[in-house]
Write a protein of this length. Structure first.
Length: 433
């Protein structure tokens, strides 16, 4: 991923240096296990660890690969240059390239998941803080972009919190599902390597042995992992879209923090644009872009092919780096989001009580008026608000058919905002416990 949308800790997971270090650890742990069961001399296994502090020369490995046309062989050749050809002759004993490549990929994905989970914790903490801060800040709820009924800003943050909490649970499950390793040899039969080697290597790397791996770890695991990242990205966009809507000039219920010296437009000095959340919408598209290729990687020829390889070399780093950046950008936006409660009230009252129409409708039905007639009475007064700018409550009080069923006191009572927020605490208990 480009540096603009990258954070160093996640980028480091996917560096060639990190990759080769994991390759080395797999080979060294495998040698230990082979020596433990008497397949190779213990002295040779111990000799492999002479390279434990070596910084593998990426350029040298690339130089060897240019000749061998095989990345794992190039690495093994370079390793032999450090520990000596005789000590290196038992390295990779009974193993196949996928044992190293697939196990390494899963180690990287597990590490990436841990960083992403930390990012989700930051988002969740920010959402929770803002939810309680604005638990009782009344704003208009909208359906189809049109005023519906009152809600609170706290409930808006709370629903995003609940959604992100589900995303975190899915990511924890995806992390567990991807945390497998395979050291099973060609076509996965363990013909040339004992299963105990796989068990030892996986234990040392914090993985679980893959129950059955053919020559590759099954890619349905990876499909699940990247699909989960795609869902999380969609949740990020869900929050971003709400903020972008609230920042529109005609709405202006909230806006991204605008720092001193920040410029919104090269042409119009007055502009304060929702650039961070617009960026998050774009980043979410990039993350979701990996989902279909990951699913298409599930179907491979027989015991293996490498059609998945080029895909994973791209989507592994790009998707995790992008999502990591997006999560932390979103957290920052929420933490600093500027909220305008007065504008929320002004927007809600723009149509002079119109949003209380359902309460009046229900009151009429409870007073003995048929639902059809109740709807007709309420709607005809509501249309005067839309079309003529009338006051909804005044129109109801002047409507003889309405007042025949409801007293002025009963009509006025239907405009109490507190009616719509009386169960906020109940919802918060459900979400936050």
């Amino acid at each position: 991923m480009i540096p603009r949308y990258s954070r160093p800790e996640m980028v480091a997971i996917w560096s060639p240096e990190t990759k080769f270090k994991i390759w080395y650890e797999i080979e060294a742990h495998a040698c230990d296990a082979q020596a433990a069961i008497g397949v190779i001399p213990k002295a040779n296994a111990e000799a492999v660890w002479k390279a434990k502090d070596v910084e593998f020369n990426v350029a040298r490995i690339d130089e060897i690969e240019a000749v061998t046309k095989h990345d794992v062989i190039a690495f093994l050749t370079h390793l032999a240059e450090h520990i000596g050809a005789d000590d290196a002759r038992f390295v990779h004993q009974g193993m196949t390239s996928s044992d190293v490549l697939d196990t390494t990929l899963n180690v990287q994905l597990v590490r990436a998941a841990d960083i992403l989970l930390a990012g989700m914790d930051r988002v969740l903490a920010a959402l929770k803080t803002r939810a309680f801060e604005h638990k009782d800040t009344v704003r208009i709820g909208r359906s189809h972009g049109i005023h519906a009924e009152p809600t609170t800003m706290g409930l808006t943050f709370a629903r995003f919190y609940a959604e992100m909490a589900r995303g975190k649970a899915r990511l924890e499950a995806a992390r567990a599902e991807i945390a497998t390793g395979a050291i099973s040899g060609a076509v996965g039969t363990f013909a040339n390597i004992d299963p105990s080697v796989e068990e030892h290597v996986c234990k040392m790397l914090g993985l679980t042995p893959e129950p059955i791996s053919t020559q590759v770890i099954p890619r349905d695991r990876h499909a699940m992992f990247f699909a989960t990242l795609g869902v999380i990205a969609s949740s990020i966009e869900n929050v971003a879209i709400e903020i972008r809507h609230m920042q529109r000039t005609e709405v202006l219920e909230a806006e991204e923090f605008f720092s001193a010296g920040q410029k919104g437009s090269s042409a119009m000095p007055h502009k304060r644009n929702p650039v961070l959340t617009e960026n998050l919408t774009g980043l979410a598209r990039l993350v979701r872009m990996s989902v279909v290729p990951a699913m298409e990687n599930v179907a491979l020829w027989h015991e293996r092919d490498i059609s998945h390889s080029s895909v994973e070399r791209a989507i592994g780093p790009d998707t995790t780096i992008t999502l990591d950046f997006a999560l932390n950008r979103l957290a920052g936006v929420i933490e600093k989001l500027v909220i305008y409660p007065d504008n929320m009230l002004a927007n809600m009252n723009k149509f002079k009580g119109l949003v209380m129409s359902q309460r009046v409708l229900l009151a009429l039905t409870q007073a003995g008026v048929s639902r059809e007639d109740s709807y007709r009475l309420v709607q005809r007064n509501a249309m005067k608000v839309w079309e003529q700018g009338k006051d909804f409550r005044e129109e109801l009080l002047a409507d003889a058919e309405v007042t025949a069923a409801l007293s002025p006191e009963e009509i006025n009572e239907k405009f109490d905002l507190g009616y719509h927020t009386k169960h906020v605490d109940t919802i918060f208990k459900r979400v936050f416990g």
